[in-house]
Design a protein around this ligand. Sequence first.
Ligand SMILES: NC(=O)C1=CN([C@@H]2O[C@H](COP(=O)(O)OP(=O)(O)OC[C@H]3O[C@@H](n4cnc5c(N)ncnc54)[C@H](OP(=O)(O)O)[C@@H]3O)[C@@H](O)[C@H]2O)C=CC1
Ligand SMILES: CC(=O)N[C@@H](CCC(=O)OP(=O)(O)O)C(=O)O
Length: 341
Amino acid sequence: MIKVGIVGGSGYTGGELLRLLSLHPGAEAVCITSRKLEGRPVGDVHPHLRGISSLNFESPSASEVAERCDVVFTAVPHGTAMDWVPDLLDAGAKVVDLSADYRLPLEVFERTYGMKHRAFREAVFGMPELHPEVRGAGFVANPGCYPTGASLSVAPLVGAGLAERVVFDSKSGISGAGNAPSETSHYPNMAENVIAYKLTTHRHRAEVDQELSRLSPGIRVSFTPHVVPAIRGILTTAHLLVKDEFIGSIPDRDEISKIYRDFYRDSPFIRLVPGVPSLGAVRGSNFCDIGFEVDGSGDRIVVVSAIDNLVKGASGQAIQNMNLMMGIAETEGLWLPGGAP
Ligand SMILES: NC(=O)C1=CN([C@@H]2O[C@H](COP(=O)(O)OP(=O)(O)OC[C@H]3O[C@@H](n4cnc5c(N)ncnc54)[C@H](OP(=O)(O)O)[C@@H]3O)[C@@H](O)[C@H]2O)C=CC1
Ligand SMILES: CC(=O)N[C@@H](CCC(=O)OP(=O)(O)O)C(=O)O
């Protein structure tokens, strides 16, 4: 049994890690931290875990957590994980960091997040479909939620050299913002509304750019996020503008499907769907559903992806990474259907 610790277990991704781990046959949570809830049962703040988890929140040091665990998930805000990760690694634990602290090269992180990094280490970028080196790794930076849905939606087409530019338009459920109440999450502001924000400046553009540039150097990436009145889920619409040489001669639907199937042949959590993906079909699951349509104008392919931001966009992908790091089947504990409708 893999012994698991969760630093920052009172938040949304911490609760989701516990839910998924409770279904995992080869891993068990043994330590869950919270500064403000020390001593309280996990079910006090995560009511869905009442009767399932008998753990109490603790407030131990990094070395104590590492001593008791094989793998530790750091599910704390960016700028905070860097105070935990080096000590956990030095004490011998494998670490999956859910924050943004280790997803980008040092200089790009500091520019994008406007802060000095206090404890930089190299990590493997934890998107197994694009980074097979996750297998056996000791330290993995789990990707952001938007970058997961965005990068996976078009990676095969970008890798095939079709794209000049991709313009992403993403819609997220409100849990993407974490459990601290904010003006955006206030019910009268959010209900029956759609809020676009950081139209050209969201920090996740750097992550998507990083992943797609590896596949096609020089590609141009634009990204605009929205919050919609849903709790979970991210629906991303990618407008892939083809290179000049493909204008009017975009591969047909069968050829594009083949590009996807070949690229994702070893990726059990990617489902190429015949129509338009829906959030209901992936809610609660680790799947990323992808559908596409070639624009009759001949210069654009529109791709839509759907993920659950708390699962494939965070805690599910983190467990997928843990499985690969520990040398067990990638799907272990994660082979769950979505909660349609
Ligand atoms: N929500 C989402 O969809 C996604 C989130 N992420 C990332 O995952 C991480 C966690 O997100 P989420 O669960 O939503 O966040 P929440 O705001 O819901 O929870 C944050 C957790 O961090 C703990 N925490 C906060 N500050 C500190 C600190 N200084 N030291 C130790 N613990 C601290 C809090 O515990 P307490 O105050 O009780 O100590 C709480 O448990 C973030 O980096 C987020 O960006 C990534 C992808 C998707
Ligand atoms: C809806 C919403 O507010 N989403 C968050 C996504 C944050 C997240 O989960 O990403 P990181 O792990 O990179 O912080 C936002 O736009 O900031």
